[in-house]
Ligand binder design. Structure first.
Ligand SMILES: Nc1nc2c(ncn2[C@@H]2O[C@H](COP(=O)(O)OP(=O)(O)OP(=O)(O)O)[C@@H](O)[C@H]2O)c(=O)[nH]1
Ligand SMILES: [Mg+2]
Length: 299
């Protein structure tokens, strides 16, 4: 191979994003990639798996790993989620600890302390600065001084403020390395999982109280029916008969709304028309049942 002395070094690596539930980890990853890879909702514990988002430029490839929000698990699903966090910390090249600048808690400080033990470069990123007056931001940033972070970076995943700085900083701390994925790859998630997540996202958006936490989506069938049309059958799991009634709604109105909005999102993803059929099934305590967890991809 010929030497190319003027070619700048290529930097690459895996960047794990961790933090409390709801601080905006998934929103941040989506904003960095410029595509919707992870679903987002105002409810805590939206993300249940380790999700990958790949950002490739001329001189770098940043592979983000979005993770479930760190919490005290109370179900086997919760245990699975916390294991997903642990696994994503294994072998990473850099760590982003994300906090909500408009609501920094003792828990965030504790997570920041715990993460100090991790090897490699660590960035503390304060998200949602669009919600925080500039003057008050400095004081929040100062709370993370002396905890061993290589940088403390304020951003808004919503407005895009600070994201370019974050990208530059990540490229700076990532090692020289190969292009792990092809230029056009943005995630490693299979289509059927992305579709199931888009259905769950609409269920999270439309449902209230404790119902959303007990929702799981099983893809029963996804099939190219003919040119430009995909047929999808999916089952929404819930934990109680009363929840099933709420999900279906009066005369089926709620399930129709969830289905219509999910179909629109899936059509955008697949670029085809979609015929989406949804069923609702009660599976008491599925979040503690191995077989059910496996069917939903949480294994
Ligand atoms: N105002 C504002 N809201 C944001 C920002 N980033 C995320 N949000 C909102 O915060 C909520 C949570 O966002 P998610 O991205 O789902 O948070 P998460 O950390 O992935 O949450 P879990 O998956 O539950 O751990 C959503 O309602 C987002 O729209 C931001 O920069 N500014
Ligand atoms: Mg998330």
């Amino acid at each position: 191979m010929t030497n190319q002395p003027n070619k700048p070094a290529f930097h690459s690596g895996f960047v794990t994003i961790v933090g409390r539930p709801n601080v905006g980890k998934s929103t941040l990853m989506n904003a960095m990639i410029g595509e919707k890879i992870a679903i987002v909702s105002p409810r805590p514990q939206t993300t249940r798996n380790r999700l990958m988002g790949i950002l490739t430029s001329d001189d770098s490839q940043i592979v983000f790993l979005d993770t479930p929000g760190i919490h005290q698990p109370r179900t086997q699903l919760g245990d699975y989620m916390m294991k997903a966090v642990k696994d994503a910390l294994d072998g990473m090249d850099a760590l982003v600890v994300l906090v909500d600048a408009s609501n920094v808690t003792e828990r965030d400080l504790k997570i920041a302390d715990e993460m100090a033990a991790q090897h490699g470069p660590k960035l503390l990123v304060l998200n949602k600065i669009d919600l925080k007056p500039r003057e008050a931001l400095l004081a929040e940033m100062a709370r993370f001084n002396g905890k061993g972070f290589d940088a403390i970076i304020p951003v808004s995943a919503k407005t895009g403020d600070g994201l370019e700085e974050l990208k530059c900083e990540l490229i700076r701390v990532l090692p020289e390395g190969p292009k792990y994925f092809p230029d056009d790859a943005i995630t490693d998630q299979p289509e059927r999982l992305l579709c199931a997540e888009l259905i769950r996202e609409q269920a999270l958006r439309h449902l209230r109280d404790e119902v959303p936490h007990g929702i799981g989506v099983e893809m029963m069938r996804i099939q190219d029916a003919r040119e430009g049309l995909t047929e999808i059958d999916a089952t929404l799991y819930c934990e109680k008969d009363t929840h099933k009634g709420i999900i279906i709604g009066r005369g089926g109105a709620m399930l129709r709304e969830i289905g219509t909005d999910a179909r629109r999102e899936i059509e955008r993803l697949l670029g085809t028309h979609v015929n989406l059929k949804l069923w609702v099934k009660v599976r008491p305590d599925w979040r503690n049942r191995k077989e059910d967890l496996k069917n939903l991809g949480y294994d």
